[in-house]
Design a protein around this ligand. Structure first.
Ligand SMILES: Cc1ncc(COP(=O)(O)O)c(C=O)c1O
Length: 433
C-alpha cells in the first residue's frame, strides 16, 4: 500500500485551524445533548415557507420578462454550464446600488461559490510575489487566513481594540514591512460585526482606513457577511460605498442572509487593470477568468433560487435581511441579558472575573475567562456541564487570546440560550472554586 508522507504535502493541510475545527465537530458529536454556542451557522427558522420550485419559477419569469427569453431558453440557462461571472449579477448589482449606495456596473460583480471562493479568487489574482503580504485583523476569520495559506501568501497580523482595527498599528506595520523590502498589498477587514470579535468599525475609522489605503497604496478586502444584522437606523455605510479611490474589493455572501446550502456569494471588483499595450479591463474580468479554473461557474440552479429570493423581496438585500435581523437581534439580546443576570448579577459566580463584549449585531459574543480556554477545558465543559463554546486562541494570529471563548447565539432559540448560560455559569463557578 502506498503511504504518502504528510510532511511532503502542502503546508496548508497542517493549518492548526483545521485541527481545532475537527476537534470541535468531534466534541459536538460526542455530546449531542450539550447546548452548543459553537456553530456560527444561520438560523433556519425563516425557511418555513421555503420552496425551491416557487423561487426557481420566480427567477425564470424574471429572465423571460427582463431578458426577453422564451420559457425554454430561460430553463436551459439553469440546466447548462453558465457564464463564469454568474447569472444573477444584474440583480446583485441593482440591490447593492439601491440598498448600500455601491454603484458599480453589473459586470463588476462575480457570483461565487460562497464568499469563501470570492476570497480565494481575489487573493489569487492580487498576489503575485512573495514580497506581497496580506494584512489581516487579529483575531480573524479562519477562512481568509486559510485561503492565504492555501496560496502561500504571507500574513501580517494587525491588532484591533474594542472598536475594531487599530489604524495606528496598521500604519506602523505598513511601514515596518516596507522597510524590510516587502509590502502589505491588501488588508482583509470585516467592519460590521466581525467574526469572531463582533467589533463594529466607527464611521471615523472607516474614513481613516480609506485614507491609509490611499497613502500606503493598499487594497482593502471588505467582508460584509454580517452587516445586515444591524438594527435598522444603526447601519453604517460600507467601506465600498465610502471609497472614492477604487481601493475596496467587496466580498458578500448569501449564506447568512438566505441559506448556506445554496453556496452563493459574490465579489465586487470594479478596479481597472491596465495591460502592457495600454488597454484595460476590470478586476472582475480577471476573477471570472480564474473562476473557470476553480469551480467553472456557480451552480445556475442555486443562483436561480437566490435570485428568486431577492425578487420576492423587491430585489432588495435590505428587505431580505430585515426579517432575519430581528431574530439575530433578539438572540443577541437574550444572550447578553442572560450573561448579565447569571454572571454579573447578584447570583453571579463568586470570584468569577469573567468579562465580555457587547456587540450591537452579528452572531458572536467574546467572553474572557480567568484560565486558559483550551481543548481540555472544552471537554470538561461539555462532559460535566453540557455546554459547548469555541476557544478563541485559533482565531488569534499573535499567540494571544488563550483565555477567551466565542459564544455564538445565531443557531439557538432564546430558551436554549437561557439554559446554555445557566450551564455556562455553573461551569465558570467550578473554575473559581
Ligand atoms: C466573516 C465571514 N466571512 C465569510 C464567511 C463564509 O461565507 P460563505 O459561506 O458565503 O463562504 C463566513 C462564514 O462563517 C464568515 O463568518
Amino acid at each position: 500500500v502506498l503511504e504518502l508522507n504528510r510532511a511532503e504535502l502542502h503546508r496548508s493541510v497542517a493549518d492548526p485551524v483545521l485541527g481545532s475545527v475537527s476537534f470541535l465537530n468531534e466534541v459536538m458529536s460526542r455530546y449531542p445533548d450539550a447546548i452548543s454556542f459553537a456553530p456560527g451557522a444561520p438560523n433556519l427558522v425563516h425557511l418555513g415557507d421555503f420552496d425551491i420550485s416557487r423561487l426557481t419559477e420566480r427567477y425564470v419569469a424574471h429572465l423571460e420578462a427582463d431578458r426577453g427569453l422564451s420559457d425554454a431558453q430561460a430553463r436551459r440557462l439553469l440546466y447548462e454550464y453558465g457564464p463564469s461571472r454568474g447569472l444573477i449579477n444584474d440583480l446583485v448589482a441593482r440591490a447593492l446600488r439601491a440598498d448600500h449606495g455601491i454603484d458599480v456596473p453589473d459586470d463588476a460583480v462575480v457570483i461565487t461559490v460562497g464568499a469563501q471562493e470570492a476570497m480565494l479568487l481575489t487573493l489569487r489574482a492580487l498576489f503575485s510575489s512573495p514580497a506581497d503580504l496580506l494584512g489581516v485583523v487579529t483575531p480573524s476569520f479562519p477562512g481568509i487566513t486559510g485561503a492565504a495559506r492555501l496560496l502561500d501568501i504571507g500574513i501580517v497580523p494587525i491588532r484591533e481594540d474594542a472598536d475594531g482595527l487599530d489604524i495606528g498599528a496598521l500604519l506602523e506595520r505598513c511601514r515596518s514591512v516596507r522597510s524590510g523590502g516587502q509590502r502589505i498589498r491588501a488588508l482583509y477587514v470585516a467592519p460590521d460585526f466581525a467574526n469572531p470579535s463582533g467589533t463594529l468599525l466607527s464611521l471615523d475609522r472607516r474614513r481613516a482606513l480609506l485614507d491609509v489605503a490611499e497613502h500606503e497604496d493598499l487594497l482593502l478586502l471588505e467582508d460584509n457577511v454580517y452587516g445586515f444584522t444591524a438594527l435598522p437606523g444603526n447601519r453604517l455605510p460600507t467601506l465600498k460605498a465610502l471609497d472614492r479611490g477604487d481601493r475596496v474589493v467587496y466580498l458578500g455572501s448569501f449564506a447568512k442572509i438566505c441559506l448556506p446550502g445554496a453556496r452563493v456569494g459574490f465579489a465586487v471588483a470594479d478596479q481597472r487593470v491596465r495591460d502592457a499595450d495600454g488597454t484595460s479591463r476590470i478586476l472582475a474580468d480577471e476573477l471570472a477568468a480564474l473562476k473557470t479554473m476553480t469551480t467553472v461557474n456557480t451552480s445556475p440552479l442555486c443562483q436561480a433560487v437566490i435570485g428568486g429570493m431577492l425578487l420576492e423581496h423587491g430585489g432588495s438585500l435590505s428587505l431580505l435581511g430585515e426579517v432575519k435581523a430581528s431574530v439575530y437581534q433578539r438572540n443577541l439580546s437574550s444572550l447578553l441579558d442572560a450573561l448579565d443576570r447569571r454572571l454579573a448579577g447578584p447570583g453571579a459566580a463568586p470570584g468569577s472575573l469573567v468579562t465580555w463584549n457587547r456587540p450591537g449585531g452579528g452572531f458572536f459574543v467574546r467572553l474572557k475567562l480567568t484560565v486558559p480556554a483550551d481543548e481540555k477545558l472544552l471537554d470538561i465543559s461539555a462532559s460535566e456541564f453540557g455546554v459547548l463554546w469555541t476557544p478563541m486562541a485559533p482565531f488569534h494570529l499573535d499567540g494571544s487570546g488563550r483565555e477567551e471563548i466565542r459564544l455564538s447565539c445565531s443557531y439557538l432559540d432564546p430558551e436554549q440560550i437561557e439554559e446554555g448560560v445557566v450551564r455556562l455559569a455553573a461551569f465558570i463557578r467550578s473554575l473559581a472554586g
